[in-house]
Write a protein that binds this ligand. Structure first.
Ligand code: PMP
Length: 290
């Protein structure tokens, strides 16, 4: 595997960052998880847009332009002969002193890894997933805004540990007010009486690229889409529920905190959305090869 680090390509065992990089020392940086399907990078522009928004929010000056980042991402896929895979684009604050002040970091570092990902066991896509609400609440938007896709994922990791302890794959995270925010690495949707809803960004959800894609697909299918505050009660009484993420794609949820959702099987509208999502990923995106 060839890994892009600051404009050069290194063999994977040789692709390194400094122990003084503030990305490592403080989780100071931003990232994107992107996917390639069928020789195209899906929603690349949207991912690079979001990277710029995250960087702006933490006052991190990206050392490459939007066009350069798009080009380097595609080129990294090409050099790795990737047709279907997962791309991790990381920007760290760069090398600095041991203190946390980002002013000591002169140059941000850009890393692009083009590999594979399997976030959940394959059989769960057919069966549906069992999830639980966990005690760790989602970061306050007035503290570390969950809209920032930062390298500081401890909030999510603590929730993931609680999901592991409960013997399930994913956790529902509530915000400090008790409304549903999102899962540790996925957005959450419910369907009730044929209408789709997902928590608003103000509840502590990431502006997920898959979330946006699913909302567009649903609108095109004539499904009503809204972003209300949701409580656990709304989840328990949903007809259908699913998670969305670049890595996860669309994962049906069939049980939440022991309550069976709908008839306990992936719902009809969920399955239609999955089908339309796969069709879109296959047919659109930034071409890697010519
Ligand atoms: N929420 C969180 C916390 C995430 O890390 C992610 C990305 N894995 C998502 C939601 C889903 O976002 P996207 O659809 O852009 O991958």
């Amino acid at each position: 595997m060839k890994v892009f680090v600051d404009g050069k390509y290194y063999d994977e065992w040789n692709a390194k960052v400094s122990v003084f990089d503030h990305g490592l020392l403080y989780g100071d940086g931003v990232f994107e998880g992107i996917r390639a399907y069928n020789g195209r990078v899906f929603k690349l522009k949207e991912h690079i847009d979001r990277l710029f928004y995250s960087a702006k929010a933490i006052m991190l000056e990206l050392p490459m332009s939007h066009a350069q980042l798009m080009k380097a991402t595609v080129e990294t896929c090409r050099r790795n002969k990737l047709r279907d895979g997962y791309i991790r684009l990381v920007v760290t604050r760069g090398v600095g002193t041991l203190g946390l002040n980002p002013r000591s970091c002169r140059n941000a570092s850009v890393i692009i890894i083009a590999g594979k990902i399997q976030v959940y066991p394959a059989e769960l896509y057919a069966k549906g997933m069992d999830i639980v609400t966990v005690p760790t609440v989602r970061n306050l938007h007035s503290a570390v805004n969950p809209a920032i896709k930062s390298l500081n994922y401890l909030n999510n990791i603590l929730a993931k540990i609680e999901a592991n302890n409960a013997g399930v794959e994913e956790a529902v995270m509530l915000n400090a007010e008790g409304f549903v925010a999102e899962c540790t690495a996925d957005n959450l949707f419910i369907i009730k009486n044929g209408a789709l809803s997902t928590p608003p960004l103000s509840a502590g959800a990431l502006y997920g690229i898959t979330r946006g894609t699913v909302m567009d697909l649903a609108t095109k299918m004539g499904i009503e889409v809204s972003e209300p505050n949701l409580t656990r009660y709304d989840l328990f009484n949903a007809d259908e529920c699913f998670l969305t993420g670049t890595g996860a794609e669309i994962m049906p949820v069939v049980k939440i905190d022991g309550r069976v959702i709908g008839n306990g099987k992936p719902g009809l509208l969920t399955r239609k959305l999955v089908e339309n999502y796969h069709a879109l990923t296959k047919a659109t995106g930034e071409p890697i090869y010519g």
